[in-house]
Design a protein. Structure first.
Lengths: 213, 213
DNA sequence: TAGATTGTTAATCGATTAACAATC
DNA sequence: TAGATTGTTAATCGATTAACAATC
C-alpha cells in the first residue's frame, strides 16, 4: 500500500519509539502548534535529538525545514499512516473484572486505530460496558468465527489465563495482549505481548534505588 | 548492602529482563518445581537461552548445575534480593477514577515490594478503596511531607496531569509513574515512567500487520 | 549575515549470539 | 557413558552518538 519515497530501513528500535512521537505530536497538534522540531520532541521525551531526527527522517513525507522543523499536522499524518492508525483493528476482551472494565471504557484506543468490540466473562455481571456487549465465555468461539476478529485481550486472574489463551487460539486469534502475570504457552505463530503492571512499577523503584546509592 | 561475589557488571538490558524472570520463577515456585534451567525459562519467555544464562550468571549466588539448572527457591531469593523486592516502597496515587481503583485494588504489587498507601482525588467518591484512605487533593502536600513517600502515580485525565505532576514535585516526590497519555515537563532529577496503554496495544497491532505483509 | 536546525556519514558503543570446553 | 546443561570468550550484529556540511 504505502511505498515510502526512499527505501530506508526502519530500525526495530525506531519502530518502538514512533508511538511515543505520535502521542507527543498529537498533543502539540491539539495545542494548536504549527511547527515542531526534533529538538523539542527529544526534550519532551527525554531522548537524544539526533536519534529523533533520524527516526523522523525515515517516515516523514516532507523534509524538516532548518530553523523551523516539521509541520505538526503533516508529521502527525505521516506517523499515523506509517503506524497504520488510520486503519481500524478490533479486539475482544476476556475477563470483565475491574481491569476489564477500565480497558473497555478507555477512550484512548481510538486514535490508535483500535477498538474493543465485546467483553466475555464466565459470569457476566453487566449486559453492557461502555456500550459494548458482555457475553458469557462459551459464546466466544462462535463470536470470533463470525466476526473474524484476531486480537484477544486477557484480563482474567493468572490461574485462568492459560485456559483462556488456549480457547482464544482454538477460536482463531492471532495476537494476544496478556495482563495476567504469567507466561503463556502458545504456538509460535501467535503474537503475544505481556503487560505486567507490577513489574513495570517495580522497574521504577529499582531505578530509583540505584540512583540513591 | 549486597556486595556481589564477583563484580560482573549488570547490563541495563539484563536489568530490564530480570523482573520477568522473577515473575516466571515465582510461578514455578508456586507450582512446586524444584529445579529450573535457563533453557526452560528462555522457552517460556521467548528469549535466547544463552542470554538468560548470562543474565542469571550475574545475579545467582549459587552456580547452576549442569543437567539440572538452578534451584528454584534459591534463584527466586537471589532475584528478589538483587531487585530489592524484600525492601518495601510506598507510593501515593492521584486520580481515583476507574483506573485508579484498579491500581489500588491490584494485589500483584505486594511481591514486588510495593504498596499504594493512599489515593487522592479532587472529589473523593469513596472514603476507602481496598482498605486504603482516599483523601482530597489539597491534603496531598502535608501527607507527603509527613510520610516521606517519594513515589507518585498519576491516573488523572491528560489535561490535568501536568498540574498534578507539579504538585507532586513541589511536595517532594522523586519518581512518577504516569498513566496519562502526555509527556510531563519535569526537573531532571525526577524519575518518570510513562505508561501509555493505548500505545502499548497499538504496538501489538503494528507488529501483527507487519507480519501479514 | 548568524544561528538554529536539518540530514547523513563514520565512529563508538553496547547487546546478542555462536562456539566450545567443562561438568554432572 | 552419553547427553543436557552450564559458564565464558570471541565474533557478530545492531543501535546510538559525534561530527559536519547544507540550508533557511
Amino acid at each position: 500500500m504505502s511505498e515510502k519515497k526512499n527505501s530506508l530501513i526502519i530500525l526495530k528500535s525506531t519502530l518502538g519509539r514512533l508511538p511515543s512521537y505520535y502521542c507527543e505530536v498529537e498533543n502539540r497538534l491539539a495545542r494548536g502548534e504549527e511547527y515542531v522540531s526534533s529538538t523539542t520532541i527529544a526534550d519532551s521525551l527525554g531522548l537524544n535529538p539526533v536519534q529523533v531526527r533520524k527516526d523522523l527522517a525515515g517516515i516523514s513525507s516532507e523534509p524538516g525545514r532548518p530553523k523551523l522543523g516539521f509541520r505538526v499536522d503533516r508529521l502527525f499524518e505521516d506517523l499515523k499512516s506509517f503506524l497504520g492508525y488510520n486503519f481500524y483493528d478490533e479486539a475482544v476482551l476476556v475477563g470483565v473484572g475491574a481491569l476489564g472494565h477500565v480497558l473497555m471504557q478507555y477512550g484512548g484506543f481510538n486514535s490508535y486505530g483500535l477498538g474493543i468490540v465485546a467483553g466475555f466473562d464466565r459470569e457476566p455481571h453487566d449486559k453492557k460496558v461502555a456500550g459494548k456487549p458482555v457475553l458469557p465465555i462459551d459464546q466466544l468461539p462462535s463470536f470470533l468465527k463470525m466476526t473474524q476478529i484476531v486480537i484477544g485481550i486477557i484480563a482474567v486472574p493468572a490461574p485462568e489465563a492459560q485456559n483462556v489463551a488456549d480457547l482464544l487460539v482454538k477460536s482463531g486469534i492471532k495476537a494476544i495482549w496478556n495482563f495476567a502475570p504469567t507466561s503463556l504457552n502458545l504456538p509460535d505463530n501467535i503474537l503475544v505481548k505481556n503487560e505486567n503492571l507490577a513489574a513495570s512499577l517495580a522497574a521504577l523503584t529499582t531505578e530509583l534505588r540505584r540512583r540513591k546509592s
